[in-house]
Every structure is written in C-alpha cells, then in structure tokens.
Design a protein around this ligand. Structure first.
Ligand code: SD4
Length: 325
C-alpha cells in the first residue's frame, strides 16, 4: 500500500514537471484535407475529372475510383489499359484489375479477355461473390453472367504495333513508354474513407498467361482505412517481389510520410535489381495517400508523373521524384 502511494506521489510530481510517462502519447491533430484524388500518368488527369465529380458532391471514394479509371479503360488511345491495350505475344489483349474499399473489401480479375471494363468486373467479384480474385475463363464467364458484353479489344492501332513487334519479337520494354501506363487511382472522400483501383493491359508483348502486380492486392494496390492507401505502376514483377503497395502502407502506419514511404520501397526494389540485367529497363513508381489527405510519390527513374486534385488545388500533373538519374 505504501509502495503504491509512493508511485502515485512520484507520478504527480513527474507530471507537474511537464513530463509524460512512456505509456502516454502526445496527440498531434492534423487538419484533414478532403476530398483528394490521385492517379498515375497523364491519363490520370481525365480520370481525376470524373472521380472528382463524385467526390465533390459528397459521393464515396469507391464509386469515384471505379468511374475514374474507367475513362482510361474506354479510351482506345491509351494503349496500356482496357480497350486498345497492347496485346501479349500471341496477339491477345489480356487485362488485370483490382479494387479495394475502406472496409478492406477487395475484388480482382486477372488474365481477363474481351471485357472493356475489368475494374467493374473486379467490383462485382468484390460485391457479388465470396471470393477476391477470378482469373481467365472463369473471370470471363462470371463477367458475362453479370451482363458485361464480349467485345474485341484489339484495335487496328494496337494490332499494327503488335505486327511491327513481331518482326523481331524482342521482349525488351522501353522505359516509360511501352509498358508503363497502368492507371492506379486512390481517393479519400468527404467522410474520410479511402478506396483504390488499379487497371491495366499489363506488360505489352508479355507471355500468354502472364499476370502482373495490378490485380494483386498488396502488390499493385493496398489500403488500410486507418492509415492510408498506395498503388503502383511499372514492372509488376518488382512490385510482387516486394509486396510493394502493402509495404508503403505499413511504412505510413509507422509515421513515414507518403513520399518517404514510396521512396523506401523503391530503394528496396533497386537493391534487389541493382546487379541484374533487368535494371536496364526497370521502371517502377508508387503513389500514396494517407488518412490526413497528404499524398506523395516516388519512382525509380525520371519520366513518371501523376495527377492530383484536392479541395484547394486544381487537377494537375506532378512529376514523380526519382532515385536514379
Ligand atoms: C504490369 N504493372 O502488368 C503493370 C504494368 C504497368 O504501367 O504498370 N504499366 O506489370
């Protein structure tokens, strides 16, 4: 009893001196900036416009990211996503996509053919099935059952590019041009909830059946509604090897800023690839958005950009900071 009394007296003196014991934490209140939307590459600008219309009217982040990335999927001139995407080495357009909401619900499709909006099929997987991921024939069958229309996604322009590639059949992606234009989008809505989406035709001229990071929760996209969200673009194998997007979120959980969290994972990827011949054409980029509406990005090499719109900032492109000159 006397011992407990001494501890109590000690604590009173200690706090009177302005000290805190190790179990009490200072609470720092940040002003939360919302809504916010952030997405990869130039086509992120158009995607943000559509997402913003939902966010600014108090809509939810999940609807915003789906509607946003659908603009790139539907645009035949975006040759790395959806309709008009570059095909694999057998001339087939195969698509990967995933979506995640603030309850950690997620849905994903991989190696899906003939469906223009894989992101919407991914959302249906999330909402209408007990599963997270459907692939190939099964994903297509599910999409058709859900009322999606089968269409030819190989446009004349992409077929021509494929035929030109066939002349040499050389699998050597060109940094920032040939296969690095996945659209990944993260949004924080008025209610403070996060969602993310990621959709792509994957690496052009890939092996038939190859699946990248974009439909893989944790690699191409991840979020924790208590912490933040992250998404990726670039050579998917590198993001899978590092569980890239999940790592960015974990770093933010421990207080790292969005940009620094992205940078740290890019550094890990560099460490893995630095003594390999793949480094020559490796590009990876991450975007991240935390619960306070702070955002950032980091990539391996120059050339990556992302589009941002916030309540106080017009939709605009920002160049990603990079590790290698
Ligand atoms: C993939 N990460 O399939 C995708 C490609 C990409 O921008 O991001 N392109 O590996």
């Amino acid at each position: 009893m006397r011992f407990l009394k001494n501890i109590l007296i000690f604590n009173i003196i200690f706090s009177a001196m302005g000290c805190q014991n190790s179990s009490s934490k200072e609470v720092v209140k940040h002003e939360i900036i919302k809504p916010v939307v952030i997405s990869t590459w130039n086509h992120g600008l158009e995607a943000n416009i559509e997402a913003w219309k939902i966010l600014v009217n108090g809509g939810n982040a999940l609807d915003a990211v789906e509607v946003g990335v659908k603009t790139a999927e539907a645009n035949p001139n975006v040759q790395t996503v959806g309709l008009g995407g570059f095909p694999d080495r057998e001339g087939k357009v195969t698509l990967d996509a995933c979506i995640m909401d603030h309850h950690s619900n997620c849905g994903s499709v991989a190696f899906l053919q003939h469906i223009k909006h894989p992101i919407s099929v991914a959302r249906k997987v999330m909402e209408e099935t007990p599963h997270v991921m459907l692939v190939g024939e099964g994903a297509l069958q599910f999409a058709l059952e859900q009322g999606f229309k089968k269409e030819n996604l190989l446009t004349k322009k992409s077929k021509k590019a494929y035929e030109a590639w066939l002349q040499n059949s050389n699998y050597k992606p060109i940094i920032n041009i040939e296969n690095h234009d996945t659209i990944s989008m993260l949004a924080l809505d008025e209610n403070g909830n996060l969602s993310g989406a990621c959709t792509t035709s994957g690496a052009s001229w890939k092996m038939h059946g190859r699946v990248g990071d974009s439909p893989i929760i944790g690699a191409g996209l991840f979020l924790d509604n208590d912490v933040g969200a992250a998404a990726a673009t670039g050579m998917g194998e590198a993001m899978i090897k590092t569980a890239g997007s999940a790592m960015v979120v974990e770093l933010m959980r421990h207080g790292t800023s969005p940009e620094d969290a992205c940078r740290e994972v890019v550094e890990r990827i560099y460490t893995i690839y630095q003594n390999t011949s793949d480094l020559e054409w490796l590009q990876v980029g991450f975007i991240a958005l935390n619960k306070n509406g702070e955002y950032g990005s980091y990539c391996l090499r120059p050339g990556f950009n992302y589009a941002v719109q916030t309540k106080s900032m017009e939709n605009q492109l920002i160049n990603g900071k990079y590790l290698l000159p």
